[in-house]
Design a protein around this ligand. Structure first.
Ligand SMILES: Cc1cc2nc3c(=O)[nH]c(=O)nc-3n(C[C@H](O)[C@H](O)[C@H](O)COP(=O)(O)OP(=O)(O)OC[C@H]3O[C@@H](n4cnc5c(N)ncnc54)[C@H](O)[C@@H]3O)c2cc1C
Length: 253
């Protein structure tokens, strides 16, 4: 972390014309015990666009009462030529999106919308620090994969156990710290604060990204700004879910 002045660079927000698409499940893989990867295909994906690793799409489900239920997910990967899209579902105990992912089988269909826009982080930063829980892993993985060769990037990700550790192909200079709840304990915020404290101090011009449960993301954002002097302008943080609330999304900047 650094006390130096923030970079003058600003994140660029890009709008994309929203579009609804109906996709068909073509493959399902247990990436880890707690992460289910579902690959979709549709001719409508030939013009799918996602400019930033932390873009999100809306998934539409129908509730028992017929009402439409929406949940946000990250386009983990897409291939316009093959007309495919990959979503990684972190499995937890409740919720229509998770229930759908657990029950999904090849041939099922799912309606999606978006992305409606992207926050593009320019490739000008000297280093990147990406912090999150399982729900943030798809975006973290994409960012690690998409960073320019040799870029210094550290990830701190909280997961249940060593069985949830993932590996990504990247040419970036990637350092991974996995905080395992079965060893470090269940307090994700305290565990990540400790992991941040173990980082070697760096030069200026870094970018920090945080996502996960809303209280986790909010506390760590404040910790980075107030205790480590990281400029808020070179940071993006979001609550990807809220404990006890359904389908909640809390951007924090
Ligand atoms: C921009 C964005 C991108 C996201 N990308 C992904 C992604 O790629 N993959 C992914 O798995 N998730 C992702 N999420 C998180 C996902 O949208 C939420 O976890 C969502 O609440 C899951 O919907 P559900 O229907 O399963 O549960 P809900 O009906 O929303 O919630 C039911 C209950 O489960 C709790 N809950 C929700 N999520 C979790 C969780 N992860 N662990 C424990 N309890 C939980 C809620 O607090 C609630 O009490 C993203 C969220 C945002 C905002």
């Amino acid at each position: 972390m650094s006390q130096d002045a923030p970079t003058a660079t600003r994140l660029k927000r890009v709008r994309i014309e929203p579009k609804r698409r109906t996709l068909t499940v073509v493959a399902i893989e247990a990436l880890t015990p707690g992460m289910r990867r579902i690959r979709f295909q549709s001719p409508a994906l030939q013009d799918f666009s996602s400019l930033s690793p932390d873009d999100h799409i809306k998934l539409f489900f129908t509730g028992a009462d017929g009402a439409t239920i929406m949940r946000d997910y990250t386009p983990r990967g897409f291939d316009n030529a093959a007309a495919t899209l990959v979503i990684d579902f972190a499995l937890h105990e409740a919720g229509p999106a998770t229930a759908w992912a657990i029950a999904a089988k090849v041939g099922d269909t799912l309606e999606i919308g978006g992305p409606r826009g992207s926050t593009v982080v320019p490739d000008v930063f000297a280093w990147y620090l990406l912090i999150g829980d399982e729900t943030a892993l798809p975006a973290i993985a994409r960012r690690v994969e998409e960073l320019p060769p040799g870029t210094a990037v550290t990830t701190i990700v909280t997961v249940d156990s060593a069985k949830e550790i993932q590996s990504f192909k990247t040419t970036a200079n990637w350092t991974a710290e996995w905080v395992l709840r079965d060893i470090a304990g269940q307090d994700d915020i305290a565990n990540v604060r400790q992991a941040i404290g173990r980082l070697t101090p760096t030069t200026a011009n870094g970018f920090v990204w945080i996502a996960g449960e809303a209280q986790f993301a909010r506390s760590l954002r404040v910790c980075l700004i107030e205790e480590h002097g990281h400029p808020a302008i070179d940071m993006k943080a979001a609550g990807y879910w809220v404990r006890g609330a359904e389908g909640a999304h809390q951007p924090l900047d």
